[in-house]
Design a protein around this ligand. Structure first.
Ligand code: GCO
Length: 476
């Protein structure tokens, strides 16, 4: 047993995202986002034909949900702000919705009142539809100025209380899932019959480029105009799998794992933390990778105060494959001896493997040299959607997942001396899991979508204990 604690100011809490929990999508003047439009398509691109129209009804129930969060003994909460609640039509010439501002203001004030540190994400997948219609949304460089304006509106409205800002959540997913294979809004792709016409060869790289620029210019504004008086930090959250060689004696496998990391992570992390795109991307994509001007790259480089990380799983990597967005490698969970890496989740892409979490944290610290904020980590129990609330609360596989991952985090901090500042479990509530709809449950709280009743699962009790033991912040 490790007899070490995390620093007292370590943020330990839960993460959520606006479209996945709020519902009330037309209330208080909210404008439509690309997810509202996407979920209306026929046939539905969502596994159960659902949408976030009701979700977990957090827009109505946020006050009792904050009380629930408090009862879970944590000291931090990461939520996202819906752009189209703040500026319904999205643009810098468009009206700000005071009702939208008031909603988040009340949530933030309540969090602060009960002693929970608010961490706000500005963009978690839900672009105002009006900007997509006006000029193609993320495909157009125009978006940078509109995002910066929206960000400034939020810094001005909430920055006296919010000291932790995340510009974008998972730019790889926004670019690849939204514009590469079309399974996320706005559903553009060249190779899926159900998606809108798009060009998967070029669009994801353009979108990624504009996401990087919009992050960088918003961070620049924050650093110059808000941080001096408000004194917070700002960064970006990237999603990554720990990619490790299938055979660690094989040079080809070692190189393939590195290429996978360069593509999934380096695509965004290298410009931001090192000042250039990875060499492997530059050579494989050539002119399809947009270029930064020297003025732009100077703003991009060093724009993030920290490294925000969403991570859930690890993969074994072999050379050969045709998915350009993974670096054309083959990934899997089966070891050479035929055994599986870990416990299979309800979604095919996730198996538990805590040693990979520790290895990834070490890799980030060594490679990018910035304090790491773990902004999401969690598990969807297999077939949990088929259980009643009474059955679902016994979520042993989720407890085991969190046991392994929180211990790996503690080892990374105390043995490996990686600078880690937060751990946010995904998620506080069961919620709308994007293209999977409501069939996939990641919450530590069971949500009955008929009645919106909340029932704490055993994992919420496990994480409460973990928080007391690791951080010692619990007041109960
Ligand atoms: C994200 C993630 C979350 C998911 C979670 C489980 O964009 O941060 O996609 O929204 O719900 O990762 O898959």
């Amino acid at each position: 047993e490790l007899n070490v604690k995390l620093p007292k100011d370590f943020l330990f809490g839960y993460a959520t995202a606006s479209y996945q929990i709020e519902g009330s999508t037309t209330a208080a003047n909210r404008g439509p986002s690309i997810w509202d439009t996407f979920t209306l398509k026929h046939p539905s691109p969502i596994a159960d034909g659902s949408s976030g129209d009701d979700a977990a009804d957090y827009f109505q129930r946020w006050k009792s949900d904050v009380a629930l969060l408090k009862s879970y003994g944590v000291n931090a909460y990461r939520f996202s702000i819906s752009w189209s609640r703040i500026i319904p039509k999205g643009g810098r010439g468009d009206e700000v919705s005071l009702e939208g501002v008031r909603f988040y203001r009340e949530v933030i004030e309540e969090l602060v009142r009960v002693g929970i540190t608010p961490c706000a994400t500005l963009y978690h997948m839900d672009l105002p539809q009006a900007l997509h219609d006006r000029y193609g949304g993320w495909l157009n460089r125009e978006i940078v100025d509109d995002f910066v304006h929206y960000a400034k509106t939020c810094f001005d409205a909430f920055g006296d209380l919010v000291k932790h800002w995340i510009t974008h959540n998972e730019p790889w997913c926004i670019s690849v899932l939204g514009y590469g294979n079309g399974v996320f809004a706005p559903g553009r792709s060249s190779n899926r019959t159900r998606s809108l016409a798009g060009d998967s060869k070029t669009e994801p790289w353009i979108v990624g480029h504009n996401l990087i620029l919009s992050h960088a210019y918003a961070a620049k504004l924050y650093h110059e105009e808000s941080q001096p008086t408000q004194g917070g930090v700002i960064g970006i959250t990237l999603d990554c799998v720990w990619y490790m060689p299938y055979d660690n004696q094989s040079t080809e496998c070692i190189e393939a794992a590195q290429t996978a990391l360069d593509t999934r992570l380096g695509w965004f992390a290298d410009p931001i933390y090192k000042g250039h795109y990875p060499a492997s991307l530059l050579s494989s994509l050539g002119d399809r990778l947009p270029k930064f001007t020297s003025e732009e790259i100077a703003i991009v480089h060093g724009s993030s105060d920290f490294f925000g990380l969403n991570t859930y799983t690890s993969n074994l990597v072999q050379p050969g494959g045709n998915d350009e967005f993974n670096g054309k490698v083959t990934t899997g969970f089966v070891r050479p001896d035929g055994t599986q890496l870990g416990t299979q989740a309800h979604v095919p892409w996730l198996q538990s493997y805590a040693p990979g979490f520790r290895a990834l944290l070490n890799y980030l610290w060594k490679t990018y040299k910035k304090p790491v904020y773990v902004t999401e980590n969690g598990f969807a129990v297999k077939d949990e959607n088929k259980l009643t609330a009474t059955e679902a609360v016994k979520d042993t596989a989720r407890v085991e997942y969190y046991r392994g991952y929180t211990l790996a985090l503690l080892e990374a901090v105390s043995i490996d001396e990686v600078d880690i500042k937060s751990y946010f479990a995904w998620s506080l509530l069961d919620n709308f899991e994007w293209a999977e709809g409501y069939q996939v449950r990641f919450g530590v709280t069971h949500v009955n979508y008929e009645t919106q009743e909340r029932t704490p699962k055993e994992s919420s009790r496990f994480l409460k204990q973990a928080c007391i033991i690791l951080v010692g912040v619990c007041e109960y």
